[in-house]
Design a binder for this molecule. Structure first.
Ligand code: PLP
Length: 391
């Protein structure tokens, strides 16, 4: 099918809830995308940040193919070998990263579901109703997760949302100290605010927030759905600051391209009673097999360290571009934001015309989230193309 055929057909039926670029992507491999007309793009979006190990990584494809023949979907209401091994392997990564002695893992099917589970768990365990999130945050779009998400553009049309949620200023401990009270079940934050504009928080803030939550009996939830799985140069972005939250949520890259969300918490906090929370597909053997392959690839190819090194080079090279149109380059690892002195949409369009597929973050930030397996020549090309477009 060509672009006209695909776009006409899809436009007939789409809800319209997701804005589309006038391109039909039909194939992907590693850090490359191809459209229906045969044009090739360097992927600097990792399909909204899910493809940290790259598209169709052979080890992930093999794991999925193998499991497809055996057992695809089965609920958590029976035990399963793939799920059991996946939990053990994931715990083996999370515990040292977060300095936890033990952990409890609740699997679901998306980032937004992982955050839903986190706030349900926080209310359940503390018996308190309140949740404090950060201004500029993004935590998903179901009613609970949307209540945490800050941007009024996403929230307003769907109000009233879940009561009890307030928003404090990110990276400002005084603002959080004012918002967190005796009725606060949890504080939820991102380590680098992604959708909000690629803003990393400071170590000082995270340390003070940890202390505040402990003092006031609120759980600290860190949303690592975009920052996790090696993206920022560590397995989890919390590691940069030695931050040990009570709950962590994962999504996007943890499933290797299959839908998966994870809500994990330190085991001392306890567990849910049977029947309290779950879903038909959460923890299905196919997604668990894919995720096991992701964990293995991250280790075998040392991808967090690669993200650290390539991200630093990329940020330096972008900051050195001879243009007045860049206000600031920031980020952690291969989560990079280029704040422009103008709107990002025309820049994204020109990048696509030159074979670079990137993302916005707000109105004026160009966001780069390439697969961590991206080749250095490709990153050099991306920098050169951004330089041309901003010249
Ligand atoms: N939390 C963060 C930090 C995200 O970046 C996203 C998605 O962009 C979500 C939650 C929601 O994840 P999903 O789109 O898988 O529901």
């Amino acid at each position: 099918m060509n672009y006209e055929e695909i776009s006409t057909l899809e436009s007939t039926y789409t809800s319209g809830g997701v804005g589309r670029r006038p391109v039909a992507i039909v194939r992907a491999s590693g850090a490359r995308l191809w459209d229906s007309e045969g044009n090739e793009y360097i992927d600097c979006a990792a399909s909204q940040g899910w493809a940290n190990v790259g598209h169709s990584h052979p080890a992930v494809v093999a794991a999925i193919q193998r499991q497809l023949q055996i057992y695809v979907a089965g609920q958590e209401s029976s035990f399963n070998d793939q799920r059991a091994l996946w939990m053990q392997e994931l715990a083996g990564v999370l515990q040292p990263s977060l300095n936890w002695d033990g952990c409890v893992i609740h699997p679901s099917n998306s980032g937004t579901e992982a955050n839903e589970a986190a706030i349900k768990f926080a209310r359940y365990i503390t018996g308190r109703p309140g949740i404090v999130a950060a201004k500029r945050s993004f935590h998903g779009r179901t009613m609970g997760a949307l209540s945490l998400t800050w941007n009024p553009k996403y929230r307003k049309p769907f109000e009233p949302l879940v009561p009890g949620v307030t928003h404090a200023t990110f990276d400002d401990i005084d603002s959080f100290a004012e918002a967190v009270g005796d009725d606060t079940a949890a504080v939820i934050i991102e380590i680098v605010q992604g959708e909000g504009g690629v803003f990393p928080g400071s170590g000082e803030f995270f340390r003070a927030l940890r202390q505040l939550c402990t003092e006031r009996g609120a759980l600290l939830i860190v949303d690592e759905i975009q920052t996790g799985v090696g993206r920022t140069g560590r397995w989890l972005a919390c590691e940069h600051f030695g931050l040990s939250p009570d709950v962590v949520t994962l999504g996007k890259s943890i499933g290797g391209g299959l839908p998966m969300g994870v809500t994990a918490w330190r085991s001392e906090l306890g567990r849910l009673k049977p029947g309290l929370h779950g879903s038909t597909f959460g923890g299905n053997p196919l997604a668990c097999a894919a995720s096991r392959a992701v964990i293995q690839v991250m280790r075998d190819e040392n991808l967090p360290a690669r993200a650290d090194r390539l991200g630093q080079e990329l940020r330096e090279n972008l900051a050195a571009l001879p243009t007045q149109k860049i206000r600031q380059v920031r980020g952690l690892g291969l989560m990079v934001g280029v704040e422009l002195r103008g709107k990002v949409t025309p820049v994204l369009q020109q990048l696509i015309q030159r074979g670079v597929w990137a993302l916005p973050a707000g109105l004026n930030v160009l966001r780069l989230l390439p697969p961590l397996v991206i080749q250095e020549e490709d990153l050099a090309r991306v920098t050169a193309v951004i330089g041309e477009v901003l010249a």
